[in-house]
Design a protein around this ligand. Sequence first.
Ligand code: FAD
Length: 414
Amino acid sequence: MPNETVDVLIIGAGPSGAVAAAHLNNQNYKVKVIEKSKFPRFVIGESLLPRCMDHFEEVGLLDCLKAEKFEVKSGARFLSKDIVCDFDFSKKHTQGWNWTWQVPRADFDNALAQELIKQGVNIEFELEAIDVFFNSDGSSKTTVKTKTNEELTIEAKFIIDSSGYGRVLPRFLGLDKPSNIPTHSSIFTHVKDIKRPEGKEGTLITFDVIDKDTWFWVIPFSNGITSIGFVGKNSLFESYKGNTTEIMNKMLKLSNYYYDRFSNLSFEFEPVHIKNYSKAVTKLYGKGFALTGNSAEFLDPVFSSGVTFATESGLLAAKLISKELNGECVNWKTDYADYISEGVTVFSSYVKEWYTGNLQTLFFHRPENLEVKKQICAVLAGYVWDKSNPFVKKHNRIISSMAHLINMQKEMTE
Ligand code: FAD
């Protein structure tokens, strides 16, 4: 006998699971969200993209987030030595949101969870999915473990796996595959930003490009804390000796622009080092389940696309499940996997071209081409399905072609 029977079981209460749960609850399905940790809990992924505002708005989760007064993000700044490339989301090719937030995820995810509870969603914390069995009709029995190590079962017609780095179904069903994104590592922490300058400079989200493979993020929050982190090749991190605090302190010297602001501050937590974070799967759905968010795919933090993909895929999966439970026919390949893969492929071209250096050539070439900038800005805002944008439609060749032209021009004038 199962301990509980629901229409849809959602594993994980991050943004992907939250948006999916809100949609299904709005449609009056019996949903259960299980979350292995106790909220608020830390997770990385603090810079959002305007596109995810569409998702929060659609499922009725925007007002609870507005009430938190997170730092508004209306663009992003990239620095390369003394060249500044500033993107302003109000100047972009595709219509859509002009702003979003930069958020401490513990507070952000907790605000979403508390609102869901208010709306009547059944969320249970400190409940971990430890095994799943699928019947031939796609219905499933999930074994969950409570914090006191008691094992219970939940039967569901459908499972949405939004377990992020937990990667529950990819692990249980052997769906992991190597990512085709170059392997990089990251080290990050939070600081009390006591030397934060007044005005816009203090609150600007910035990516300080150290070299082709290495960059430093600065994400100021409205609570006076700032997230700082480096991304680079694994070999760069291996070249530093010591614990993560020592490594972070040594690496801060790489950023001329920010060294004074962040040196000699104590860290809010021992810096975290994550290696080879890019993830991919062999399939995004199967009979009775869908993978969403990081449980499905994660590329690279450079364009802050993680949460937006998490909400895009969470919402779409929930809509399709809702249709199927309503007796309608769903083509999961075209309506889910192909659509999600299309967006992932556009972003993955940008990530790859970032690390070839071609995209950096476009960002830091002067004088700027304002039309090109508007088109790239729409991609950086998360609007990666708009085929009227040449930087979406021709994503796999336009960046390298333009970089090639710029480099040829440079050679001719030198
Ligand atoms: P998560 O937010 O990870 O939530 C999954 C939840 O599932 C967790 O709460 C977890 O406790 C729970 N869970 C796991 N296993 C189980 C289980 N067995 N049973 C029950 N619950 C379980 N993204 C951005 O958008 N912007 C950024 O600036 C950004 N920076 C990043 C920097 C780095 C270095 C890295 C590695 C990633 C970054 N990301 C960023 C990506 C971002 O972290 C993720 O894409 C995002 O958190 C995915 O959301 P999610 O809802 O899929 O999963």
